[in-house]
Design a protein around this ligand. Structure first.
Ligand code: GLA
Length: 391
């Protein structure tokens, strides 16, 4: 909560300095952590992310012309573009707001120009969706100023379109959906085919205390706009083609097991991850509804093994981190989270033992890797929202 108000303050103060007035409008959009359901979204499957209390805050005011001028406190740069003449430049943070403007206009939204200041506290490249936060904060800004109603699913789809077609990252829908539609206190089960969602609460510990979601950043980094993610997508498509169905969502576990021996080993492993991960994700949502933290934790542990051995998207640091977390008695389960290959793990921990957990896992990780981890205890938070607006 403290971090939230300080970023909010920073953008407000900077806005006041630049424009000589308090910002008439302030919006925010969160990053996310995925509890379970990895690389299932582009297979039309199920995911179970939650929005976190880290995100992008944007203070802004409308302009009378078609210009958007946005200053990033994180990059110390101002991006300027014209809604009537959007041009792709080299990649960089400004392509995200520009891409959202493009996607909205392509889909018939009449947009108004604006100027403002933004800042964020989602670590970049860590697999916590700093780009989705930027996209959805931009969508919120345009929605408020251009006078159309907020449709979370539609804004998520158009933000994904921006990322796929303008930025050139072939991501699925998970990150944009949760940044658009998250709710405080809950994770969101998303059916990535129908885009139906269901709120699920964090389960209590068996002794009735709370549980905490802890993000364990290995501090290893790998850009998502690289080949490994697309390669996994193609392998999943090849597996679906083998089964003669549109996506792996359509392959039941029994169909898979009946055919598994005929599949080429690599394709078999990739398909096995996605098909079993969909089942784990549905079971995890049920476990949460049944207040069963140990079962949720067990499914998280199984998910990690599947990503390590079958989908092969963990690195050594992620494996060390997940194992260090799992070894703590107060930890119900832990797994790599996000796109993979580097970045963060997520753990479900007994709330009253979080401080000891953080110390023990940091020490163990540091000893084994010589790297200092960054650890964030996070709260399930609301999706893209208006923080303050004119009365
Ligand atoms: C990235 C993508 C998502 C999803 C995850 C893996 O975060 O942006 O669409 O595919 O990887 O679950």
């Amino acid at each position: 909560m403290k971090k939230k108000s300080s970023l909010q303050e920073q953008v407000s103060v900077e806005f006041q300095n630049k424009f000589g007035t308090a910002p008439p409008l302030l919006v925010q959009a969160p990053g996310r952590v995925n509890l379970i359901g990895e690389h299932t979204d582009y297979n039309d499957g199920f995911v179970l992310p939650m929005a976190i209390d880290r995100g992008i805050w944007l203070a802004l005011q409308p302009r009378e012309d078609d210009q958007v001028a946005v200053h990033s406190l994180d990059f110390g740069e101002t991006a300027v573009f014209h809604l009537n003449n959007l041009q792709q430049t080299q990649s960089g943070w400004a392509e995200y707001p520009k891409g959202v403007a493009w996607a909205l206009q392509e889909n018939g939204y009449a947009l108004r120009g604006w100027e403002g200041v933004l800042a964020g506290n989602v670590p970049k490249g860590a697999g916590l969706s700093s780009s989705a936060a930027l996209e959805l904060a931009t969508a919120r800004a345009f929605q408020q100023l251009s006078g159309f109603s907020w449709d979370a699913v539609q804004m998520a789809k158009l933000s994904q379109l921006a990322e796929n077609k303008w930025v050139g990252m072939n991501c699925g829908i998970m990150d944009q959906m949760i940044s658009a539609a998250g709710e405080a206190g809950h994770a969101l089960l998303i059916d990535c085919r129908s885009l139906e969602t269901q709120l699920v609460p964090l389960p209590p510990a068996p002794d009735g205390s709370g549980t905490a979601v802890v993000i364990l950043d290995t501090t290893t980094r790998r850009g998502l706009v690289d080949s490994a993610y697309n390669e996994r997508r193609q392998q999943c498509e090849a597996a679906a083609a083998y089964f003669g169905v549109p996506t792996l969502r359509d392959v039941s576990i029994s169909k898979f097991l009946a055919e598994a021996d005929n599949l080429e080993p690599l394709t078999r492993r990739r398909a096995k991850h996605v098909i079993t991960e969909n089942l784990r994700t549905l079971n995890a949502a049920k476990a949460m509804q049944n207040a069963d933290a140990p079962l949720l934790g067990q499914l998280m542990n199984e998910s990690h093994i599947s990503m390590r051995d079958d989908f092969e998207i963990t690195n050594d640091e992620l494996n060390v981190m997940a194992e260090a977390a799992q070894a703590q008695p107060c930890c119900f389960g832990a797994r790599m989270t996000g796109g993979g290959f580097a970045g963060c793990a997520v753990a479900l921990v007994h709330e009253e033992m979080v401080a000891d957990f953080v110390t023990a896992v940091s020490q163990k990780y540091q000893q084994q890797t010589n790297l200092s981890p960054k650890i964030y205890v996070c709260q399930p938070s609301p999706g893209a929202s208006v923080v303050s607006q004119p009365n």
